[in-house]
Design a protein around this ligand. Structure first.
Ligand code: ATP
Length: 239
């Protein structure tokens, strides 16, 4: 059994009077892909933001590689190897592709290592290499998603949390992005927590999944089992 790289224990968070998360617990085993699913407003992004400390949880604990991280700042969490690719990409639009990637590498002090990391990202996404001097604002949606993933990889993460990587992309690009995510997992051993609206796609990739409803985990289990669950099929797969 692989150890749990990420362990979330009873995490709660609210926005003013709105209780967005209530006692959410989940684990992500090292080297695994875990999906976090649920309808609009269920609390998926809030869960990732609370883990990354982009928002402050009101209750609960988060352990990364056995260390408590809920007491840390977001940049220290990134430094430990837990990186989020935010919903809607959020690349720095006025900066070039190269500059965006350099920002992702802000923890890499050795230039030789940074050059190797650039090579890795450009091998994975040759399109970014062709466009390295181009402003991020002029990239297509798919290229921006590649840049957001590339920027996360420059931080040498052990675990990446993806927030709806398929959003706004054509089916062909979605397939490419997901193939890349799968390769990062299989070939580089990267651990993945995946938030995704396309439940069928997410369950086909993940080994385990959690379903959030109104800020609470309503169902969890092996992805295959959830794919066959009549309630899941009715609510999320439209069959
Ligand atoms: P989606 O799939 O639509 O992105 P989600 O599952 O990621 O949804 P969240 O974005 O986590 O859901 O939102 C959970 C709840 O918290 C929603 O009711 C939402 O309206 C509320 N919420 C999210 N962000 C804020 C905010 N900054 N201020 C106030 N309420 C918020």
């Amino acid at each position: 059994m692989p150890k749990n790289l990420l362990e979330v224990r009873s995490l709660s968070a609210s926005y003013g009077a709105i209780q967005a998360l209530l006692k959410v617990s989940l684990v992500v085993p090292e080297g695994g892909i875990v999906a976090l699913l649920g309808s609009n407003g269920a609390g998926k992004s809030t869960t990732l933001n609370a883990i990354s400390k982009l928002i402050n949880p009101s209750h609960g604990e988060v352990l990364f590689d056995g260390q408590p991280i809920h007491t840390l700042r977001s940049d220290d969490i990134v430094r430990m190897g837990l990186v989020q690719v935010p919903e809607g990409r959020e690349v720095f639009k006025e900066m070039s592709v190269q500059e965006n990637l350099e920002l992702g590498a802000f923890l890499q002090h050795h230039r030789r290592e940074m050059a190797a990391d650039f090579d890795k990202v450009f091998t994975l996404f040759p399109r970014l290499k062709e466009r390295s001097d181009q402003k991020a604002s002029t990239l297509s949606g798919g290229e921006q998603q590649m840049l957001a993933i590339g920027r996360a990889l420059m931080g040498r993460p052990r675990l990446i949390m993806f927030d709806e990587p398929s959003m706004g992309l054509s089916p062909l690009l979605v397939a490419q992005i997901f193939e890349t995510i799968l390769r990062l997992n299989r070939e580089q051993g990267l651990t993945i927590l995946l938030v995704e609206q396309d439940v069928r796609l997410a369950l086909s990739l993940a080994s385990h999944a959690y379903i959030l409803e109104n800020g609470e985990v309503s169902l969890q289990g092996p992805a295959k089992q959830l794919m066959d669950d009549p309630a899941v099929r009715r609510a999320y797969l439209g069959v």
